[in-house]
Every structure is written in C-alpha cells, then in structure tokens.
Design a protein around this ligand. Sequence first.
Ligand code: ADP
Ligand code: MG
Length: 995
Amino acid sequence: MADPSECNIKVMCRFRPFNDSEVVRGDKCIPKFQGEDTVLVGAKPYAFDRVFGQNTTQEQVYNACARQIVKDVLEGYNGTIFAYGQTASGKTHTMEGNLHDIEIMGIIPRIVQDIFTYIYSMNENLEFHIKISYFEIYLDKIRDLLDVSKTNLSVHEDKNRVPYVKGCTERFVSSPEEVMDVIDEGKLNRHVAVTNMNEHSSRSHSIFLINVKQENVETEQKLSGKLYLVDLAGSEKVSKTGAEGAVLDEAKNINKSLSALGNVISALAEGTKSHVPYRDSKMTRILQDSLGGNCRTTIIICCSPSSYNESESKSTLLFGQRAKTIKNTVTVNLELTAEEWRKKYEREKERNKGLRALIQRLEAELARWRNGDTVPVEDQFDPKDRHSLEVPSDGPNTSLVSAPSMGSLSSILDPVPSLSGEERQNYEEMLTKLYKQLDDKDDEINQQSQLGEKLKQQLLDQEELLVSSQRDNGFSQEELVRLQVENEAAKEEVKEVLQALEELAVNYDQKLQEAEDRGKQNGLLCEELQEKEIRLKTRESEVQRLQDVQGMNRRRLVEMLSSLLKDLGEIGTTIGTNDLKPLETSGVPEEEFTLTRLYVSKLKSEVKSLVKRGKQLESQHVENTIKMEENEKELANNSLLLSQHEAKIRSMIETVQAAEQKRRQLEESNDTVQEELARLKAQENVHEISFKDMEKEQLDKLEDASAIQKALQDEMQRHRESHQQQLSQLRNEIDEKQRTIEDLRDAQQRLLLEQEQLRAEFKRLKCEEQEKSKRLQDLTVMHDRREQARQDLKGLEETVAKELQTLHNLRKLFVQDLATRVKRSAEADTDDFGGSASQKQRITFLENNLDQLTAVHKQLVRDNADLRCELPKLEKRLRATAERVKALEGALKEAKESNLRDRRRYQQDVDRIKEAVRARNIARRGSSAQIVRPIRAGHVPTNSPANLGIRGGGGPVPNQPVGIRGGGHSHPDTNRRPNQNDVGNINGDVNEKHR
Ligand code: ADP
Ligand code: MG
C-alpha cells in the first residue's frame, strides 16, 4: 500500500540565450546566477529548485526536470510538467524543441523515448498500456488535436472526482515512433486550423497527456499514472491585464485560463483561502490534480535574459516563487484487488465503530453542556484521545480519497467541525448536485456553442452558396440578356428573311403564274400544232395525191408527146416520101414544109427543154419534199424536246408557231402549187384543145413552179433562222427561269436552316429556363432551411433562458435555505459565541459558493447575450438573403415571361412561315392539278463514394489498445489484450491514500 506524501511543486527557472533582435538592440543581460538554484534579477535573489543559465543544453534540462518524473509515472504516480513564461521565452523550445533532432529535442520527445526505454528495463511480469491525448485550449475552448471535429470539449469529473476531458481522443501506442507520429499529426492539425500560427501558439495552451497503466500479471496489482506535458500560452497577457486592469477585456477573455492559473496558484500559495477557483477555467480544472492535488508537478519558468523584458521576467519569476510554495499530496494510483478491498472494508468498519463510539461520547458531553452542566476537565473529550478511539487505518476514508481534489468541498467542510453528520451529508449532497448541475450546464453550453458553430458554418456555407448562385444568376442573366439581344437580332434577320421570302414568294407566284399562262398557251399551241399537224398530214396526203395525179399527167403528157413525136415522125416519113412530090408539084408546099420542119424542130427543142424543166421541177419537188420531211422531223424533235423540257415548251410553242407559220406558208405555197396544178390541169385540158397554147402554158407553169420553188426555199431559210433565234431566246429564258428557281430554292433552304437554328436556340432557352427554375427551387429550399435554422436558434435561446431561470430560482432557493439555516443556527447559538464564529465561517463558505454560482450565472447570461447579439445579425443576413432570393425570383419570373413572349412570337413567326409555305404548296399543287404534267417531274417539295482510445467515437486511424510487457518485451503484438477498464479514462482506478 502506498502512503500519501506531501511534496512541494518543483519550480525550475530557465533563461534562454539572447536572440538576434536583442543582440542587435544591444540589450543588457539582467540575470546573475548564484549557484545552481538562485538567480539575481535587479539585485533581488530568486531561489528555485534549479536555475538554468543561457548555455544549458536540452539534455541537462531534461535530466534535471523530467527524468525523475518518467520513473514516477511508471511507478504509478501522476506527473505534470508545464512551461510558463512570456512569448518567445523558450517554452516550446523547452517542452518540444526540435522533435526530430536528437540534440535539440525538448522534454516531450525525450520523455517519450525514456518511457519506453524504462519499460523495457522493467520486470517482465509487468504489462503496460499507454494511451496518449493531445489537445489545446484556446479562448477557454478545448480543441482535440487528434480529431479536428472536436472543437469544444468539456471537462468532467470521474467517480473519484478527478477531472478529465470528456470525449477527447485517446490513442493507444506501443512505441516511441508511434507517439512521435501522433504528436506530428496533432501539430499538423494545429497548424492547419489556424491562420496565424505564431499568434495562435502564443495565445493557446497545448496539453499532451500520456496515460500509463500497468498490471503485474503475477500479482495482479494494477498501477496507473498520468503525465501532463503543458506548453502554456504567453504569460505577458496576464501581466498586461494586471497592469492595465479592465482595459483589455478581450485580452482577459483570450487568456482567461492563464489568469485563472495565476489565481489558483495565488490561492494555493496563500494557503489560507478556503476556496481555490479551479473551476474558473478549463485549463485549471484539467490541472486541478497537478496544482495542490495528487501529482508530482514541475513548473519550468522560462525567461528572457534581456533587460528589455525585465518586467515580464520579474513577473514570471514571482509567479515561480509563488508556485514553489504549493504543496501536493502524492500517492500511488493503485487499483485494489478483491482481497485488498475486503481487508479495507473490514478496517473501515472497525474505524467506523470507533468513530461511532467517539460520537456517542461527544454527544453525551454536549448534552451535559447543553443542560447547563459543567463537565470536569478529566471527563472532557481530548482530541489527543481521538486516535486512541479510532481504529488505526492505513488508508484514508474512501470518500476523502479525493479530498484534495475536491478542493473546495473538503477544505471548507473540515474547518466546520460543528456541523452534524446529517448536515454535512446534506451539504455534500447539495454540493454534488450543484457540481453535477454545473457539469450539465457545461455540457449544455458546450453543445449549444457547438450547435452555434455548426449554424454559423451553415450560414457561411449558405452565404457562399448564395453568393455563388448570385454570381451564377448574374452570369445567366447576362447570358439571357445576350441571348435576348441575339434573339432580337435573329428575329430581325428572320423578319428580313421573311420579307425577302415573301417577296420571293410573290415573285415566284408571279413567275409561276406566268409559267402557268405560258403553259396554258403552250397547251393551246400544242393543240393547235396537233391540229395543224393533222391538217398538214391531210395536205401532205393531198399533195401526194396531187403528185400522183401530176405524175400521171406527166406520164400522160410524155405519152402524148411521144405519140405526138411518133405522129410527127410518121408525118415526117409520109412527108419525106411525099416531099419530092409536093416540091415537085409545087415549090410552095416545100417552103411550108421547111417551115413546118423548122417549127417542128423548134417545137422539139422546146419540148425537150420543157421535158428538162419538168424533170428539173420534179427533182426540185423531190428535194422540197425531202426538205419538208426534214422540217417535219425537226418539228417532231422539237415537240419531243417540249415534252421533255417543260421550260423549253414555251419556246417550242413559238417554234411550233413559227413552224406553223412556215407550214401555213407552205400550205399557202402548197395551195398556190395546187392552184398552179389546177391551172395546169386546166391548161392540160386546154392543151388538149390547143397544143400550142398548152405548150406555152406549160412553159409558163414551169417558170412559175421554179419561182415558187425559189420562194419556198427563201421562206424555209427565213423560217429556220427565226426558229433558231426563237430557240436561243427560249433557251436563255429557260436558263433565267432555272436560275430564279435555283435562287428561290437556295433562299428557301437558307430559311429552313435559319428556322432550324431558331428552333435549336428556342430549345436551348427552354433548357436554360428549366435550369433557372431548378436553381430557384434550390434557393427556396435553402431559404426554408435557413428559416428552420433561425427557428432552431430561437428555440435554443428560449431553452437557455429557461435554464437560466431555473438556475436563478435554484440560487434563490439556495439563498433562502441558507438564510433560514443561518437564522436557525443563530437562534440555537445565541448563547454560544464560538458557535456563531463557525456560523460565520459557514456563511463565508456559502457566500463563496454563491459568488461562484453568480459567476457561472453571469457567464451563462453573457453567453446568452452573445447568442442574442448574433441573432439579429443572423436575422439581418437571413432577411437580406430572403430579399435577394425574392429579387432573384422576380428576375427569373420576368425572364420566364419574356422568354414566353419570345417563344410565342417565335411560334407565330414559325406558324406564319409554315402557313406561307403551305399556301404556296397548295397554290402549286392547285395549279399543278390544272396542268396535265407536273412542272418538275420527280421533285419532292422541301417543305413538307475502433479507435478504442476514444469512447464511442472513432479517430481517423483505427487504434487498438496494445499492451507492452516490461523486461524487454518490445513487441506489442505478443501481449495480452487489455480488459474493459483499460479503455477510456482512469475511471476504474482508485486513488489510494493512506493516512
Ligand atoms: P515560446 O514558446 O515561449 O513562445 P519559443 O520556444 O518558441 O518561445 O522560443 C522562441 C525562439 O527562441 C525560438 O526560435 C527558439 O528556438 C529560441 N530559443 C528559446 N529558448 C532557447 C534556448 N534555450 N536555446 C536556444 N534557442 C532558444
Ligand atoms: Mg511557444
């Protein structure tokens, strides 16, 4: 069993070397060292357990300050080392130094290394479980450095009334490397979360906790030790606030923990104050056991040697002096075995018996005193007898185990011995209740501040979202405006194009009309042509017939001529035979005969020439016929071309007309020929009557025929030429029309393309509109959420107010209760002066309590006020947000409306174009119905993703408790798994104290 022993807090003083700026400034060195434990500053000596000069190495500091603590912790004691001093005095250098440089590493890495080295050298029956925590306190908020999400942890008391940080991450470690990794991780988190690390580190306290549990597997003895390694915030703030009073209220708040530490140390140093204000800050609560409790504590005060920092250094030295007087009661944290518990129980039972007897004796004496008897001195109770009455106990009363840690309670209750057991119990219960309530309030405040943080974060997020959506909205509005402008421009273009299209349509209609008219004309002309062709055929047949007749006539004529010639020959022979006779008979007949012969020869030659001319006429006639046939063929070809090429039809019609004219002329000529033929017939008849006449007429006729032939040829030539001209003209016209049609088609194509573009744009606008309405919905949802958050905040505020009210009521009740008790005690002790003195003490105690409660109440009220202060700001923001949302809604609505209007207009335009195109199609179809053959055959119309160290929570790296065996078992995995008590805080441990 371990005996509690008293020991003073050790205070070491370290002066760092001059830094560059101090050297540059040429500051004087103020400390003068006297021996190992005294330093003179301004001729005033300050004595500490140890004083380190500027040239002290890290190792020297470690050996003097920390080496022993490692041993103590591994032997089941609690330990604390903290560095105190102004900013840049070397606290961090002393505690941490360079974590990975063997020379200048500070106390923490050396302790880590030493713990394991020591464990390896220990008895092999010992099994160790080491877990570490790392957190910082900034603005009186505990932030877990191993889990950044835990930003405001609360301090609770375990069943032995030892405070601990609730919910703080605990990592089980089995090697120095692992510890260093955890420290690195924590430091990284510390850096990540803050913007100005220098300022942050000078204003925050970083606390590194090593929890060591050991079990002797043979004896089953369990020991535990906690080691706090604290790098405090810069102390200059305290002196500042001290010097400037309430000037820097904020600075006070910032370093509330440090001033609370000063107050706790002052209270403990004075030793007369009954109340130590551990509860004033979270840091002093955590270090409650370290300061005046069950802990071996070493404070390293760090100072600058420079004259520049003299006042700060002096105040630091004074702090050290004060702290040096504090006494801690240390005891081994030993967990009892069942047998030990049983023995303890027996002892306590005996002791209880003795105490009861003592009480009875005292009560009897008191009764005698009260009855007005005087008790003789030999019968009076002598406190010296007390120990003889009590059964000696090698351990303190369990409920008093934590007496030092309960601080205020025991220290206050002890000086009031006149309190009856019942009252004491009542007070204890009441105090317990109040502390519990305080803890609950702490929890609540913690929860609410976390909620507040969350809400703030949410608000910030939403503001960001709002800003981004506003930006988006701005962009989209710009885009919308741009699109509208483009749309307008496009509409203008479309209008122009439509106008052009309409014009084209009108032109097209006109041309179509013209084409139709021409087509009709063409049709008529075709009909006429057919008629004419028919007539021509009949004429041809007539001509043929006439030719046949003529041929017959000619043959007959030839026959006649030959018979005539024969006759003439006969006449000649007859005349020849009778020539001589008439000559002989008379000379006159001979002359006549000669004359006749001459006539005959003349006639012969004339007949011959006539025959020749006839033949010539015949050949010419044949030629004419061939030519006529050729013309006919050409006409047929032209008609074919007409049927194949509709555009050529008009010209063909003209050609046909021309051909018709020619034909007419031919007919006319034919008529004349026929007339001629008729005349010839008549002449033939006449010729029958008078050969001579006939011959003459024949001659005339032949002459006429040749003239006619010539005229015909000329006519034919002229016709061909005009035909050619007309053809080329018609071709030009066709080409022109073709071009106009092509242009029209291109224009139509362009219009269609534009229409499609407009349609695509319209679709895009529609999509954008949908997107915007979606965004609007999102914004509305966000707005609703914000409204919800505001409601929540209001509810929260109400509950806080209610809680405050209940606390207030409680306080009132407490005050009332106190008043009645005071009254009652006053009545009972009016004749007892000593009694009223104790009452006064009670009253002061209660007053202190009341003060504390008032302070807590004030804090709550302040918090509430803060929350209230924030509320209007939040509401304002919310309103502004709501307004923005409304404005955005309005803008969106407008945009929608204009979009709708545009759409309608566009639809109308589209409808109009469709209508126009349809009408034209109908017109075309309607007209094409009138034309037997379509204008263009085959043309298709185009319109148609368990840290056991943390209770109930998981760290970022799964961490299992790993046992380490002493005596060289350096491999943790071969070790036994810890039991349930190994996890979490040292709740299962009992701080054994023996008196
Ligand atoms: P604090 O943590 O008290 O604000 P630091 O430990 O950060 O101050 O020290 C400030 C500066 O002084 C650091 O650069 C540190 O390296 C240096 N320093 C402090 N103490 C010593 C020392 N004993 N030897 C050498 N340099 C030191
Ligand atoms: Mg520092």
